[in-house]
Design a protein around this ligand. Structure first.
Ligand code: C5P
Length: 231
């Protein structure tokens, strides 16, 4: 149990897009009664607000542009509330889930100053009784001392299909072939970048969810949490 001197426990769930980490993290947080950090949403927010405010970035982002993005990331007022995302008082919940936002997020996330600006927000969410944090570098960088680290993966085809179903359910228009291409391009950028690349932490438990149901993955992770006295 966390006291004033011991930090609250953290379970990290990292993995590529569509691996099911968001769903797993939300279910885990609900079961344990812990807070939930969707770290990808933070990069999505920075990317969408920068786009809407005309702050440019791309493959050859200049130092001034990076500084503008860092400043923007540092001053945003972000609230996660009952499944919604509020940014400076506006509801951006749907806006940040488009494929355009996904691609843009992976571009701004490759910039170290933006990652630095987001780090404080992420660590600030660690509070008793505990935090479930999902993303790419939760176990390797942000919460390297987490009690339990999961790295969730699945084949690119299955991940594209899951993303397709998710976006369809939200009423967004999507094409499966484009989604697969976009997932593969994002994977390459997330795994290949110098700053906090997508890799499993050395002490992470690797789970391939290609042929597993959500419940099977959840039960497997709950068993690991139990073995560590987290529930
Ligand atoms: O998880 P999600 O698909 O919402 O993340 C969007 C993008 O944000 C990822 O493709 C990745 O580039 C970036 N990201 C990151 N580090 C995290 C979470 C997300 O770089 N911890």
């Amino acid at each position: 149990m966390a006291t004033d001197s011991t930090p609250a426990p953290v379970i990290t769930v990292d993995g590529p897009g569509g691996s099911g980490k968001g769903t797993l993290a939300a279910l885990l947080a609900e079961r344990l009664g812990w807070a939930l950090l969707d770290s990808g949403a933070l990069y999505r927010i920075v990317a969408v607000v920068a786009r809407d405010q005309g702050v440019p970035y791309g493959d050859n982002t200049t130092d001034e542009q990076v500084a503008a993005l860092e400043a923007l990331a540092g001053r945003l007022e972000i609230r996660f509330e009952a499944g919604k995302v509020w940014v400076d008082g506006a509801d951006l919940s749907t806006e940040i889930r488009t494929e355009d936002a996904s691609t843009r997020a992976s571009r701004v996330a490759a910039l170290p100053p933006v990652r630095r600006a987001v780090l404080g927000i992420q660590r600030g969410m660690r509070a008793a009784p505990g935090l479930v944090a999902d993303g790419r570098d939760m176990g390797t960088v942000v919460f390297a001392d987490a009690e339990l680290k999961i790295f969730l993966d699945a084949s690119a085809e299955v991940r594209a299909q899951r993303r397709y179903n998710q976006l369809k359910n939200k009423g967004l228009s999507v094409n499966l072939r484009d989604l697969l291409a976009s997932i593969q391009e994002r994977d390459e950028r997330d795994r290949g970048r110098a700053a906090s690349p997508l890799v499993p932490a050395q002490d992470a438990i690797l789970i391939d969810s290609t042929d597993m149901s959500v419940d099977e993955v959840l039960e497997r992770v709950l068993a690991e949490a139990k073995a560590r006295g987290l529930c």
